[in-house]
Write a protein of this length. Structure first.
Length: 448
């Protein structure tokens, strides 16, 4: 099939490369000329494991090409996917749909013959109706259908997720559009990926509901972690005890510094706004977003507390900047709020991330000294804080770290180390919710 991917970011590029690998004929389009030039030179503008090989092999086989001009490819296409960004709109937090609508207008002008336009971007309920209206207004003569096909891939495991999805959700209003979508995803039917056929609005909402639920799970275990710290319980054991119950499941029950990234923060906010607009406020999600927001900065205060209550003039080594490992994505990363809180407290920041340094330089506030590796980062530091659980931070030579640091203080916001092991090496070690009995709970015991 001939498919055009409008937007060649994390989702567009991964989806395009995977569809090409299934044997379809794919053109990836992007407005950013520098991105397309890089792709045409064989350079991949983002870090995603396995992506560069997949892009190179499919481009070499002639199934995957890149351009800034969508008109020719759209005219020939069976399906055109919209995979542009839908960030939070400044001011009100609603999803900014200007990129989606701009893409719809451009697509409209290029349509020739029956074409299915597929929204893969995460968009609020009713966006498909608006995309259809825009295209119909510009091209009353055109033969087309608008379908919602939300994407559930995770950065860092995007190719595996795309090729072996838990489910594919297709929201369509017309049978002939479903037939085209069935052909697009046929290679995955063969892998027996469950296909969920729904109405367009249902598909749009399913994506938000799924992300909001996952964000809720993370926030729930984070609150349990805080309680564990007060009562002297271990959140990892609590999570395991909960997760072994099949009704709950163990995934997304890892306590940490709060969720971040390009999806959960903006998608929870957009769902909250939609629900308010329709007069049915999503109060649980509202609370989740508020709790998570406060948590990120609270992690900065946790580091301050580990440094004896003040960081003015002290040097803090920040290990990991991206919102999770195996990506270079800095969007809404907890590190942004943590570094800001530490800078506000008067700290000097040294930072290292294996893949995220370029994006971090544009995103992090204030003055940050960027280091060449983890050991360089901790050199001369009064405290080190693990913010992202990259594998290389899981097996640090702690003896070496201790000799390099000014003070052996380690704050592990991802619980990657065993407390006894680190403390045995002479560190002051603080983690998330693993049974450090607080002064408050001791007082309660005494009172009892
Ligand atoms: N990143 C993820 O993990 C993920 C997962 C699932 C869903 N999503 C959703 O997918 C959508 C895309 O996310 P992303 O992370 O790939 O964004 P991104 O910012 O990485 O990529 C978007 C790309 O679209 C391009 N673009 C914008 N307008 C264009 C136009 N008119 N024509 C051509 N190109 C245009 C931009 O230049 C950019 O390269 C969002 O709605 C997001 O919520 C993202």
């Amino acid at each position: 099939m001939k498919i055009v991917m409008v937007g060649s970011g994390y989702v567009g590029l991964v989806s395009g490369a995977c569809f090409a690998d299934f044997g379809h004929d794919i053109v990836c389009v992007d407005k950013q000329a520098s991105k397309i030039e890089a792709l045409n030179r064989g350079e991949i503008p983002i870090f995603e494991p396995g992506l560069s090989e997949l892009v190179r092999s499919n481009a070499a086989a002639g199934r995957l090409s890149f351009t800034t001009d969508l008109s020719g490819p759209v005219a020939d296409a069976d399906a055109v996917f919209i995979a542009v960004g839908t960030p939070s709109r400044r001011g009100d937090g609603f999803a900014d749909l200007s990129y989606v609508y701009a893409a719809a207008r451009e697509i409209a002008l290029a349509l020739r013959g029956y074409t299915v336009i597929v929204t893969k971007s995460t968009v609020p309920v009713g966006t498909g109706d608006e995309v259809e209206r825009i295209i119909r207004e510009l091209r009353p003569d055109a033969e087309f259908s608008v379908v919602s096909n939300p994407e559930f891939l995770r950065e860092g495991a995007a190719i595996e997720d795309f090729k072996r999805p838990d489910r594919i959700v297709i929201g369509a209003e017309e049978e002939r559009a479903r037939t085209v979508m069935a052909d697009v995803y046929r290679p995955l039917y063969l892998n027996s990926a469950p296909i969920l056929n729904t109405s367009r609005r249902t598909a749009e909402l399913t994506k938000y509901a799924a992300n909001a639920f996952l964000a809720t799970k993370i926030t729930f275990i984070n609150e349990m972690a805080d309680l564990c710290e007060q009562v002297g319980a271990n959140v990892q054991d609590v999570a395991r005890g909960m997760g072994l119950d099949n009704r709950i499941g163990g995934k997304f029950l890892h306590a940490g510094p709060g969720y971040g990234g390009s999806c959960f923060p903006k998608d929870t906010l957009a769902l909250i706004k939609t629900a308010q607009d329709y007069g049915t406020p999503a109060r649980i999600v509202e609370t989740v977003a508020a709790v998570n927001d406060q948590r990120k900065r609270a992690m900065g205060r946790k580091v301050v507390a580990a440094c004896g209550g003040a960081v003015r003039g002290k040097t803090i080594a920040v290990l990991g900047l991206t919102f999770k490992p195996n990506t270079d994505d800095m969007r809404d990363a907890p590190s942004l709020a943590i570094v800001a809180a530490l800078l506000d407290g008067g700290a000097k920041i040294r930072a290292f991330d294996p893949e995220g340094m370029e994006q971090a330089k544009a995103a992090l506030p204030g003055e940050v000294h960027y280091c060449s590796d983890a050991y360089d980062c901790v050199t001369g530091a009064d405290a080190a804080v693990i913010v992202t659980e990259w594998n290389i931070f899981r097996a640090l030579d702690l003896g070496r770290v201790k000799t390099l640091m000014k003070e052996p203080v380690l704050v592990d916001l991802r619980n990657v180390y065993r407390a006894e092991q680190v403390r045995a090496q002479g560190f002051h070690y603080d983690d998330i919710g693993r049974g450090t009995v607080s002064a408050a709970s001791k007082t309660k015991e005494h009172a009892a």
